[in-house]
Design a protein around this ligand. Structure first.
Ligand SMILES: C[S@@+](CC[C@H](N)C(=O)[O-])C[C@H]1O[C@@H](n2cnc3c(N)ncnc32)[C@H](O)[C@@H]1O
Length: 230
């Protein structure tokens, strides 16, 4: 729904389609998987520990109107903003450290796009639930669990609740105990579950990063995971 460091918007299509009526994202961020395609129509439950990220969702789900969104002011290159919702539109992992940000042309453009998306897609999230808490506060229900924590190591640093603060062994035990379907995302340092490669992502200057996946389902037949080069 909004620009966010580590969001899955560009690659949501490569993950298995959800088989359950409910999707839980216990590490919500910008919840790109739940918004992808028709996934938003399901009963979506988001959990997010960062109060500032929670507040954005709380506003979108429980308060915001299209009229209000259309009135949100433009951002202009060179001006400064201390709004967290603006700051995350810089979409870098450093953004979480900034109290104030100087608007760049990238930020100006990202904000313009997001405002349009908020207005167009707001109706998609109005039946969703957002919880401010730890992933382990998620209700113990049958669901498609899309688990996308800060990745182990450097890639997961930067968030207010970063990879440094996560006990990955505890997280893996918790994930294995989820009922029904689990889609678990990691990067190349994921060593605490039997992750398989899903994507080779070519970034700027030809640098390739790997997206790994662990998948289990109690109802769906085993799936053939393909390795995509993107
Ligand atoms: C990789 S991002 C999720 C990105 C998301 N899938 C998307 O498409 O935007 C991980 C999120 O987990 C949150 N987080 C970190 N530790 C957490 C915890 N213990 N419980 C719940 N959320 C946590 C971070 O604040 C961050 O928003």
């Amino acid at each position: 729904m909004f620009y966010y460091y580590g969001r899955k918007k560009q690659i949501a299509k490569y993950y298995p389609t959800p088989n359950c009526d409910t999707i839980v994202e216990p590490f919500a961020g910008a919840a790109a998987y739940s918004l992808y395609g028709d996934n938003w129509k399901k009963n979506v439950i988001l959990i997010e520990k960062d109060i500032k990220v929670f507040q954005i969702w709380d506003w979108l789900i429980n308060c915001a109107t299209v009229e209000e969104i259309k009135k949100l002011p433009d951002l202009k290159v060179g001006e400064k903003s201390s709004e967290f919702l603006h700051i995350i539109h810089a979409a870098t992992k450093m953004a979480f450290r900034f109290k104030t940000i100087k608007v760049t042309s990238v930020l100006e453009r990202n904000w313009e796009i997001s405002r349009r998306v908020f207005a167009e897609d707001l109706y998609k999230v109005k039946h969703w639930t957002i919880i401010n808490g730890d992933y382990s506060d998620a209700p113990d229900i049958e669901a498609t669990w899309f688990i996308d924590p800060p990745y182990k190591g450097d890639a997961g640093m930067g968030y207010r609740y970063s990879s440094k603060m996560l006990d990955y062994e505890k997280l893996s035990k918790w994930a294995l105990n989820r009922k029904n379907e689990v889609i678990f995302c990691e990067g190349c340092n994921g060593d605490y579950l039997p992750f398989e490669p899903l994507l080779n992502l070519r970034g700027v200057a030809g640098k390739v990063s790997k997206e790994m996946i662990y998948y289990k389902s109690e109802v769906a037949p085993p799936i053939q995971l393909n390795l995509f080069d993107v």
